[in-house]
Design a protein around this ligand. Structure first.
Ligand SMILES: O=C(O)CCC(=O)C(=O)O
Length: 280
């Protein structure tokens, strides 16, 4: 990946991202901001708890996806200056948000994410795609924090199988179909308000939450406008910095400018688009 952009990542950090395929921790929210967004998330979660609690993990995660298109406070997170400055260091000045996923594991929940490579399902070229994973609670090995295998984004793509395991958060229970040396895995431990960055081809996953504390964070999928996604129809995205001279994605406006009626229509289109693009 070409090294560009402002100085919120040091040259050493950029080199590390290129070498390892991930980087952490980067502080993006102060304590007040982190607490405010956690409260907003918990309110949103509580409002929807009745319908979420009866869903299997993969459906729950789908319901919680793409909220940046409709909830102004989630849009605030994905367009936060500190998040964008760091991502710009890796991807350059023109940034689209293609998707978001809340990775929520309440205490004792068995939900896990098998080791996988995002690039396998996303059908995107070139690989100018970075996930910013922003923690609103602490994310630790005990509560099901993310784990990565360093350097795997530079190796040949690994085969993956679809297990449809009921506790997998991924839509088809995807996981890598060869032995992974778990001893190589690095735990991405984050405090509230910190984020990690990871490459579209890094091998990563997470265990269930075996602790008594919730684990809550949002994965924001950034890409550059020249990226093309092989998908039926034109995928949706949002321009959060710079300009888009390519038109490969249909750009939606930030949620504050949508009327309530339009929001319902947008949600239907987002779900159709996301299902069609075989996102995990
Ligand atoms: O945070 C997790 O539990 C898994 C995250 C993940 O798979 C991703 O961000 O792509």
């Amino acid at each position: 990946m070409q090294l560009v952009g402002p100085t919120s990542l040091t040259p050493e950090e950029r080199t590390r991202f290129d070498r390892d395929g991930y980087l952490f921790p980067k502080k993006v929210f102060d304590t007040t901001e982190a607490e405010m967004y956690l409260r907003l998330f918990m309110d949103y979660y509580s409002e929807n708890e009745e319908r979420l609690s009866v869903l299997p993990p993969k459906e729950k995660y789908q319901v919680l996806a793409e909220t940046h298109f409709v909830l102004p406070w989630v849009y605030e997170i994905v367009s936060h200056l500190k998040v964008l400055d760091a991502v710009e260091c890796l991807l350059g000045p023109d940034l689209l948000v293609w998707a978001t996923d809340w990775f929520v594991k309440m205490p004792g929940e068995k939900t896990y994410v098998g080791m996988h490579q995002d690039g396998t399902y996303w059908n995107m070229r070139p690989a100018n795609v970075v996930t910013a994973w922003v923690a609103l609670s602490a994310s630790t090995p005990a509560n099901g924090g993310m784990r990565v295998i360093p350097g795997t984004h530079r190796q040949p793509v690994l085969p993956q199988r679809e297990t449809y395991a009921p506790d997998s958060a991924l839509s088809r229970g995807q996981e890598i179909d060869v032995d992974i040396d778990e001893k190589q895995a690095v735990d991405i431990a984050l405090l509230p308000g910190e984020m990690s960055l990871h490459h579209i081809w890094i091998v990563h996953g997470s265990h269930p939450n075996a602790s008594s504390t919730p684990r809550i964070g949002i994965a924001i999928r950034f890409l550059t406008p020249d990226v093309v996604q092989d998908s039926p129809g034109r995928p949706l995205a949002m321009l959060v910095r710079g300009r888009d001279d390519y038109g490969n994605f249909e750009l939606l406006q930030p949620p504050s400018s949508l009327s309530a009626r339009n929001q319902a229509a947008i949600i239907n289109r987002i779900h159709a688009s996301v299902m069609g693009s075989a996102k995990k």
